[in-house]
Each structure stands twice: as structure tokens, then as C-alpha cells.
Design a protein around this ligand. Sequence first.
Ligand code: SF4
Ligand code: SF4
Length: 305
Amino acid sequence: MSDEKFDIPEQFASPAVPALLTEDSVIQFSCFKGISCFNACCKHADVTLAPYDVLRLQKRLGMNSEQFVSQHTVPFELDADGTPGIKLRTDDDGACLFLDGDNGCSVYQDRPTVCRYYPVALLNMREKDTYEAKQKYSLVREDHCKGHQEPREITLRDYRKEQGVEEFDALNRSWYELILKKKSGGPGVGKPSEMSLQLFFMASFNFDMLRRFVMSDNFKATYDLPAETYAEVAEDNVALIKLGNKLMRQALFGEKTIPEKSGAWEKRVEERKEAWEARAKAEIEARNAKAEQQMRDETTGGSEI
Ligand code: SF4
Ligand code: SF4
């Protein structure tokens, strides 16, 4: 382990310094309806959502992603640059709105990754010189959770299977890697523009808007994608999420993840030339006005002595 540099995104890290577990680690834990603490965890819900969580929940609720995000989530910032994330909405006491009294979770089959893993915390880390997300785990012990006192032992490998997290992890992995790279890329990556952050939000959580964007004439005129890709993303949300991840890499890190049509950049430059020239002119005028004002202030200040 000494040759590895780990970088744990805050939002996926436990407050305590975690003892790292692997898939071979054995935990003692069991949770079932009828346990004395049943639902206690959902009454203190702090559930960060990843793209595939949103997809599963919106489908479950028969909503589009815009409706789901506005009705069931609250925004928060994933990092100091204001990269936008979302969490499940709770009531004023912190209880998850999907908690259905004594019946427990009303969306159980489609519950988010964080809920599936609990009381295990998923830690996405990177090794030195790579941005590949490597999954490690830690055990979260909270007083209200009595499942740790149950006499069942299980490996994390089997626990992941039991909780059905493999599909979620596989589809969210590229997104976790993107956040890792964003967070640990250092000054070379730099602070993203407001437009890049908006694109990040759209590609991560607003699949309806992302689909409209990708199917637009402007997008098709810029990117060199085969007709089959457009046919696929028109119907398939998972294919859309994957294309969205590539778009985010392009916007945040300048990676050429989606081929552009030849001449598309020059055409865009030509189209925007007028606007850029006007903006540059306005900036020069504002700078000159500021310098003039400064000179006036200094002159006035001098005459007052
Ligand atoms: S989604 Fe379900 S399991 Fe997760 S916090 Fe809400 S009620 Fe609990
Ligand atoms: S055992 Fe833990 S995870 Fe299960 S209901 Fe109780 S508090 Fe929640």
C-alpha cells in the first residue's frame, strides 16, 4: 500500500479516518424487518446521488429526470469549485421522504447506491499517476444501527452481491473517476467555467435536457458521431449517460473524447467572432474607463492636500 497515493472525495468519505476494507474482508452485520432499529438509518438520511441512482428512481416513480430532480432532491456542492451535486430530499427532521412508516423503504428495489452499501461506505480512490477509480470500503458504525450486533458474518464480495450494487457501481464508475480527476488534478485542471459546470449538472442528472442537447442540429453539426449512436441515445438512457460522461471529460479536461467534424471549430469561431470582438471591445473600454477614473482620483486627491 505504501506505493499508492489515495485521494478520497469528501462526499464519499466517512467522517472518521476509515480502516480500509477489501472485497475479501469479512464484516459482522445483518439488517432485517423486525430488527429493533428498523428504519432508524432512514430517519437520518444523507444520501448523495450518482447518475444511475437518478435513472433508477425516476423510472420507478414514472417521472422524467427534471421532475425527479426538482421534487426529490436538494443541491449541494461536490467541491470547492462549486461542482454541482444532489442529495435525496428529507423532511425537516432529516427523514427520507421515501420512508413509508413501518413498511420501510417505498423504493427498495431501486434504492440508491449509498443506501445499498450502508453500513459500508464506498470509497473511490486513485493510485498515483492514474485516474482509474479503485474501490475500497470502510465500515461505518453508528449507535442507532444494531445490525452490527447480529451474529452473521459475510464477505464484502457477497454483501455487494446481496445488495445488488455491482450494476450501480459499473454504471457510475466513469462518473466517480471524473470527480476524482477533477478533485485531484491540481492547478493544471483549473477552475471550470460556469458553462462547464452547467454541462456537468445536465450530463450527470438532467437526462431529458441532455438528450435534447445531443439530438440538436447544433450538436450534430459539431460532432462526428455515426447515425447508430444517435438512434441509441434517443432510446437508451444508459447509452445517453455514457455519452454524457464523454462530454463532461471534453468540457472539464479538454479531452478529445468525442470526435469533432472537420472545420466545425473554425465554423464556430467564425459564427462567434462578432460576439467575441464586441466583448473584447467592451472589456478594453471598461479597462480604459477604470484607468481614467483612477488617474482622476489621484489628481483630485493631490489637489486636496
Ligand atoms: S431511499 Fe429508501 S433506503 Fe434510502 S434512505 Fe430513503 S427510505 Fe431509506
Ligand atoms: S440495522 Fe442498521 S441499516 Fe438496518 S434498519 Fe437498523 S439502522 Fe438501518
